[in-house]
Write a new protein. Structure first.
Length: 248
């Protein structure tokens, strides 16, 4: 099943409405008998450029539900705290940055166009990673590479992302969705109970003795402390024109 983020006019930045739609879409994936693998993509040449900073800047205060952590419940980007029961693949074209990077990390595999760009671009505006980024990134690529991305906020191209282990496949520009669907069909052809059991075991091993739930709860508690002090002002600077074109 293909799940598409459809806000191309905003590089598929996620606002509250889109987050709710994504959460519902992954709930449907979990419960559907007719879908064994999910493919997440973006419309119009970008995967997702993160949370909508224009919306964040418009808030008079951080929404109360953003400051609440609910196990398995909606996160600012939508489904990143869910227990997704089936394999998922991110088909990454263009930018997968900030919260968009976190959405890609939520998926089990990433197929990227050769010109795709990954990064913690929210670093420059004081917006924390509270959709699993600080939990999943070190588990996937190791603490050293993760710290490089998290602390510098730099852009990482598809070739380097492949070297890091952040990306599983790099394909010619414009082919990521087609190739991700092909991969999904291949995975869907295997016996699914066994595949899902092995997937659960691998997830458990990847996160060690510290459970993913505990790590996500800590990330939320730690990250939300700066939403009012840095994130909203940073979003307001973005709306005013600061940082455009990749400038710090």
């Amino acid at each position: 099943r293909v799940i598409k983020i459809s806000r191309p006019e905003a590089r598929n930045c996620v606002n509250r409405a889109t987050a709710a739609e994504l959460y519902e879409a992954f709930q449907d994936l979990n419960s559907s008998d007719g879908a064994d693998v999910g493919v997440l993509c973006g419309e119009g040449g970008a995967f997702c450029a993160g949370y909508d900073l224009k919306e964040l800047a418009s808030f008079s205060a951080v929404p109360p539900d953003t400051l609440q952590y609910t196990k398995g419940g909606p996160s600012p980007m939508g489904p990143c705290r869910m227990a997704i029961l089936k394999p998922t693949i991110a088909a990454v074209c263009g930018y997968a940055v900030a919260g968009g990077l976190e959405l890609s990390l939520m998926c089990d595999m990433r197929v990227a166009d050769e010109d795709a760009v990954f990064g913690v671009f929210c670093r420059r505006f004081g917006v924390p990673l509270i959709d699993g980024g600080t939990v999943r990134l070190p588990a996937l690529i190791g603490a050293s590479w993760a710290m490089d991305m998290i602390l510098t906020g730099r852009a990482v191209g598809a070739k380097e992302a492949l070297q890091m282990g952040l990306v599983n496949r790099v394909v010619p520009k414009g082919e990521c969705l087609e190739r991700a669907v092909e991969l999904a069909q291949e995975i869907a052809g295997f016996p699914q109970q066994c595949l899902r059991a092995d997937r659960r075991s691998a997830m458990n091993a990847a996160f060690g003795s510290l459970s993913m739930e505990e790590a996500l709860a800590y990330e939320h508690s730690n990250g939300t402390k700066v939403l009012a002090s840095e994130s909203r002002p940073g979003a307001q600077r973005f709306v005013a024109g600061e940082g455009r074109g990749g400038a710090f």
